[in-house]
Ligand binder design. Structure first.
Ligand SMILES: [Fe+2]
Length: 294
């Protein structure tokens, strides 16, 4: 049960936005489609992954694929907001099933450079179909999309801004949960503060779609809030919070956070656009598990 009233927001965004919640990782993925042309984009799709067994799966993302097929949509884009550290992307599953270009911010090259060293796995920008620059424009059918750089959580973090709405990745979480951590390599709390000021500048009516939600016990996850709701209610960064206050709070909090459970499998897959390692001679593919690297 979603607390977002999408029928209302669709009037605002002129796009159909269907949210899909991946419970195991608290991640929101989105199917964004243009009612005029049937063109679609999928934002931040998730592959199922069970760390204890090493099993991967497409059951969750299968719901998005089914929705696309049922409505005969044409997938143009698979849009990553950043290289996620808490889930594995299903971008390649989407591309194999439905097509579309896999896109991410050009800052992924900084992430790839760092984690190629850590994992001793080759990764470069060519693994993605498109690397977006800040300020670039593209479209989903007839819907214009602006690429907005929103670094801070990671150096490659992007926001995809449509008329009246934006997919903001890990910047803001729900107002009562606050903001994303900034302690990954290339993360920067002052940058996140500035990125959030950019989001707040979109205007109070703009609907911001989250990448995650962590609702309290008994509460349903919620996928979106308006800028006005965030600006007046976010526990980490309200309209009067200074950069110094935010950096101090974020830095203190980050020092207490544990390493995300799936960071090791996630990064080595996600920095390679969701490509899994090639199988060995025995037919099995293997991920790497560096010791004392995180
Ligand atoms: Fe993230």
């Amino acid at each position: 049960m979603l607390r977002c009233v999408n029928a209302v927001f669709n009037v605002v965004t002129q796009a159909n936005v269907d949210p899909f919640f991946h419970e195991a990782t608290n991640t929101w993925s989105y199917l964004v489609s243009d009612p005029e042309t049937g063109a679609a984009a999928i934002v931040d799709p998730v592959m199922d992954f069970d760390a204890s067994s090493g099993r991967i799966g497409a059951k969750s993302v299968g719901q998005i694929i089914e929705a696309v097929n049922d409505r005969q949509l044409k997938v143009q884009w698979v849009l990553e907001t950043h290289a996620h550290a808490d889930h594995l992307t299903a971008a390649q599953i989407i591309k194999r099933s439905l097509g579309g270009e896999i896109a991410i911010g050009r800052g992924i090259q900084q992430v790839q450079k760092h984690f190629s060293e850590v994992f001793q796995i080759a990764a470069d920008g060519d693994l993605f179909d498109r690397l977006f620059n800040a300020g670039e424009q593209f479209s989903i059918g007839s819907i214009p999309v602006q690429v907005v750089a929103t670094p801070g959580h990671t150096p490659d973090s992007l926001t995809y801004r449509l008329p009246g709405a934006a997919f903001i990745g890990d910047t803001l979480f729900a107002p009562d949960y606050g903001t994303a951590r900034c302690d990954f390599p290339g993360g920067n709390a002052a940058q996140l503060y500035q990125s959030i000021q950019t989001l707040y500048g979109f205007g109070d009516e703009t609907v911001l779609y989250l990448c995650h939600d962590y609702p309290g016990p008994g509460l349903a996850p919620r996928c979106c809030f308006t800028v006005g709701e965030q600006r007046t209610g976010n526990v980490h960064i309200g309209q009067d919070t200074t950069e110094e206050q935010f950096v101090a709070l974020r830095t203190t909090r980050d020092a207490e956070l544990s390493v995300p459970k799936l960071i090791i499998p996630s990064l080595q897959v996600n920095m390679r656009a969701g490509h899994l390692p090639e199988p060995e001679d025995n037919g099995l593919a293997y991920l790497r598990w560096p010791l004392d690297a995180f």
